[in-house]
Design a protein around this ligand. Structure first.
Ligand code: ZN
Length: 289
């Protein structure tokens, strides 16, 4: 009899962490934050994303299903710096008692015109601060799992240190004069500041706006004058514009740089680390020699 109870107890303990109702419900506003939360939370959290893979967090229109996710959540992890302009109203209408966690807390924003540049995650150093903020929020929300959250975060932060070194080594291989590209979306300001590759963008931060013929002509002149070796497509902007610029300037089309969202599982950037590795590989091969 005693053995039966012991086995039952062991089974219950083994099964518990996997039970959905025992997990901490966390909402992440977009896919990159969702990946960070999964890495820190492991099997102790259940993560729902509002803007999923290949989505655009700048111009998202929330659905009733999103309000349900927020109503059920204990934490809502957001980027801040003005990225999720649609979120406050969603949180208000959803009700619930979720704590809002701003992942960029403690990061000094760069400016994009008169606004804060929201794309702080493009510097791996900043990504480490995101992860630390998420770890602290998870620990505060579920102190019983603090040890697991700290261990997971520690292991992930070590991977991010390695990633940061990889980026620096890849950039160091590119000749100084060739460390400049143009790309459709002004999303790499923090990457540029951290790693010394210049990004020149034909479009403003809003992914809604279309470039005018004058914008394109201006960029073509700029590419020619500044001898910019490569132009890049992104997964959220119109690629026809970039192809036109490449055709008229002879600059190399460097492929896709992922900026604001991960890809689905089978894509080139299903995790943050995959995304950064994909981007540095694309930059290094387009800018080499
Ligand atoms: Zn963006």
């Amino acid at each position: 009899m005693r053995r039966f109870w012991l086995i039952s107890l062991m089974l219950a303990t083994a099964i518990l962490p996997a039970c959905a109702q025992d997990r901490l419900n966390v909402v992440a506003s977009f896919s990159i934050l969702g990946d960070f939360v999964r890495n820190v939370g492991g099997d102790r959290v259940s993560v729902a994303e509002l803007v999923g893979p290949d989505g655009d967090a700048h111009v998202y229109a929330p659905t009733p299903a999103d309000a349900k996710k927020i109503a059920d959540a204990k934490l809502v992890v957001v980027n801040g710096f003005g990225l999720e302009g649609w979120l406050p109203r969603l949180v208000q209408s959803a009700g619930g008692k979720a704590v809002i966690v701003t992942a960029t807390s403690g990061i000094a924003p760069l400016r994009l015109g008169s606004d804060a540049d929201p794309h702080a995650w493009q510097s791996v150093i900043n990504a480490k601060l995101y992860v630390a903020n998420i770890r602290d929020a998870l620990v505060a929300a579920e102190p019983a799992d603090a040890e697991a959250f700290r261990a997971n975060a520690g292991a992930y932060l070590t991977k991010l240190d390695t990633l940061d070194r990889e980026v620096r080594e890849a950039v160091a291989q590119i000749p100084d004069a060739r460390r400049k590209v143009i790309s459709t979306h002004r999303a790499f300001g923090y990457f540029a500041a951290a790693y010394g590759v210049e990004f020149i963008a034909p479009l403003g931060v809003s992914t809604e706006s279309e470039a005018s013929a004058r914008d394109i002509a201006g960029i073509i002149t700029q590419v020619k004058t500044a001898k910019i070796p490569a132009v890049f497509l992104e997964n959220i902007s119109d690629p026809r514009l970039i192809r036109q610029i490449a055709a008229e300037t002879g600059a190399k089309v460097g492929g896709t740089l992922y900026s604001d969202s991960l890809t689905p599982e089978k894509g080139a950037a299903p995790t943050y680390i995959d995304m950064v590795r994909h981007n540095i590989k694309a930059l290094a091969s387009a800018l080499a020699n």
